[in-house]
Design a binder for this molecule. Structure first.
Ligand code: ASP
Length: 411
């Protein structure tokens, strides 16, 4: 009952935050009431994200090593790996296909020209990032000194070290029982702290959404309405139809049941635009409401938060075609195949933080010779689009954990 009421509070807080933000926008951002409210909202929102980030690294470290160590039987680890990576690849591929199809069908950006945005693009200096460099950088970020990675909050490197430690704990067996127990206790304590932080979630979410709604530039959004509508529409299609369908076909869980359990994490992802900051909540929802086994969720969810990004993959593909239309370039089938692959790579390589997809988007644009300065046009609308794509990224992770649980339980 208590959980349900928190769920409801979070939803109401989200709606209230958007309404208050819209009211402030109407009132005018420069009035002193608006400025003070935005200051307070900014402070509360940032503090709330800071709290989530505070528990993130111990949580990822403990949950992955304990998760992997608990998948003791050798073939269970194997099956979980295959199912996890298979699901990530399949769901992201479907998302990219959706993004490409929608962009080909509706052709956002057609009739507009890059020259219309000359001021924005002139001021923008894009860093070149050839595919080879991106790939080398990604591989390099996998294996780092774990102490530095823990201290600097490098999630992907922590994930990799924890995976290896988990495997070593399995191979080492009984002899290392104490360390495993210690990690288990660390995990439980961190989850307890997450529970405390969640009590502040309604306030934090209200503050974040208030600020978001109050600071949108409506005139700018209006010039890109078609692109925004195509991206949001397709992202929702993936989140409301494709992912729930996969879930239903594999596990038999109905979409309503799933959304009721996943709601806290989805609203949180929407408000924070960060899969990583949402991870503590994602894990809590998966375990407590959707009854995902801790060893499966502890493995799939942190890995998914950094690698499995359906919303980002879809966005990168659709945005590349939008830029092509602006630049008056028609991408042929071969080039769209390249966009397909690089959008998947870009999504896998993007860390779970706000607007990360915009950075890895550079490799998509460069791979087919599109002007990278076009990112300057996309950046101002990104805060809005990032909300939806992060929510779908997190939804994909939770669906993934349920699907993998089903597969790894099969004998
Ligand atoms: N904000 C997204 C996430 O955290 C990444 C992106 O920018 O696409 O999942």
């Amino acid at each position: 009952m208590q959980l349900r009421s928190l769920n409801t509070q979070i939803l109401l807080a989200a709606i209230l935050g958007i309404a208050l933000g819209a009211a402030l926008a109407v009132l005018g951002k420069d009035t002193s009431v608006a400025q003070q409210s935005l200051y307070v909202a900014g402070l509360i929102g940032t503090l709330f994200i800071d709290l989530l980030k505070m528990v993130l690294i111990p949580l990822v470290f403990a949950s992955i090593s304990v998760g992997v160590a608990n998948l003791r039987a050798h073939d269970q680890i194997h099956r979980t790996w295959v199912a996890t990576l298979g699901f990530f690849a399949l769901s992201m591929a479907l998302a990219v296909v959706l993004g490409l199809s929608a962009a080909n069908l509706f052709r956002p950006g057609e009739g507009m020209q890059l020259a219309m945005f000359a001021d924005a693009t002139r001021a923008f200096e894009a860093r070149q990032m050839p595919l080879s460099e991106f790939f080398a950088h990604f591989l390099h970020s996998l294996f780092q000194n774990p102490v530095a990675a823990l201290a600097q909050g490098k999630v992907l490197s922590v994930v990799m070290f924890a995976l290896i430690l988990g495997i070593a704990l399995v191979v080492g067996g009984e002899r290392y029982r104490n360390l495993l127990l210690l990690l288990q206790e660390l995990l439980e304590l961190t989850l307890l702290i997450v529970g405390w932080i969640m009590r502040l979630a309604p306030l934090g979410i209200m503050a974040l959404l208030l600020k978001l709604a109050a600071t949108q530039d409506i005139a700018l959004l209006a010039t890109m309405t078609k692109f925004i509508a195509v991206v949001i529409g397709t992202t929702l299609l993936h989140g409301v139809v494709v992912l729930p369908l996969i879930l239903y076909l594999v596990t038999g869980m109905t979409p309503l049941h799933f959304w009721r359990g996943a709601r806290e994490a989805l609203v949180m992802a929407f408000a924070t635009s960060s899969s990583s900051a949402t991870l503590p909540v994602t894990m809590r929802c998966a375990e407590q409401h959707l009854h995902v086994n801790r060893s499966v969720g502890g493995f799939v969810l942190p890995l998914g938060a950094t690698m499995n990004m359906d919303g980002t993959a879809l966005y990168e593909a659709a945005a590349a075609l939008f830029v092509a239309n602006l630049a008056g370039i028609d991408l042929n089938v071969m080039q769209q195949m390249i966009v397909f692959l690089t959008a998947m790579l870009g999504a896998i390589g993007a860390p779970g933080i706000p607007s990360a997809g915009m950075v890895t988007m550079l490799i998509v644009l460069q791979s087919v010779g599109l002007p990278v300065e076009a990112i300057a046009i996309l950046l101002p609308v990104d805060r809005l689009l990032d909300t939806f794509r992060t929510a779908v990224n997190v939804e994909g992770d939770m669906v993934g954990s349920l699907v993998v649980q089903k597969f790894s339980a099969r004998r």
